[in-house]
Design a binder for this molecule. Sequence first.
Ligand code: BTN
Length: 266
Amino acid sequence: MAQPNLIRETQGPECCTIIGRRILHYSSLPSTNRAAFEEAESGNPEGLVIVADEQTEGRGRRGREWFSPGGKGLYFSILLRPRCRKENFSLLPLVAGTGVANGLEKLGVKDIGVKWPNDVEISGRKVAGVLVESRKIAGGMFAVAGVGVNVANREFPPELGDRPTSLLLATGIEYSNDEVLSLLLGEIERYYSDLCLGRNEQLVSELRRLDVLRGKQVTVSMGAEVTGTAAGIDMTGGLILETPDGQRHVVSSGEVEMVGPVSAEE
Ligand code: BTN
């Protein structure tokens, strides 16, 4: 379902065999996630990537808006049709978040962290976010992994406070969107291929290395709000929460994505 403002069609880096087999670049879209959803429903194969220079209705997690001004950020969505075991579906947001974090490290950016499940930070400020949306279909499911990276922003709307940063603000370097996209797709594909083969050891070990919540007080909504100390990531990629009564809970990203986590830091 090509939109009128399609500007070019490219392919991802050579290392990618699934993701980026076809990349459609648009000048403007309401939301790349929405466009990728439409492409999925029209039967497009997995690996399709939709990129927009700006989004007029960019979506964030928990019903928030994603600030998506033209020429300042990288906004893209990947269509996935995972054939992995069902229990691994909830790892998709972690695959995308960790891939983004590793891709930014490959660019040379220092002090990158992941605020579980998938906010990517530089020195404690959010530089990128991931929104995975999925739908069950006959015989399986499809998912759209949407990624927003603040690349060249010099300022943000005051209502966002001092939480966001951009690659430009954090490093002083003006990166090109194409260079960033290529590195991020390569890293996301690495973890996605592992997931499809039922392997998540590398993903979990990277999440543990990048985990910025460890040792901090967090509040998570699991039906009721539960406050405790973030005590690391378990082997399934879940957040371990130690509550004051000495109990350990494991919160899965799937669970949190559905109910909406609230961390004490926000
Ligand atoms: C978050 O709230 O942290 C997630 C933000 C995800 C934003 C990206 S931008 C590309 C894609 N299209 C959307 O509408 N949202 C995601």
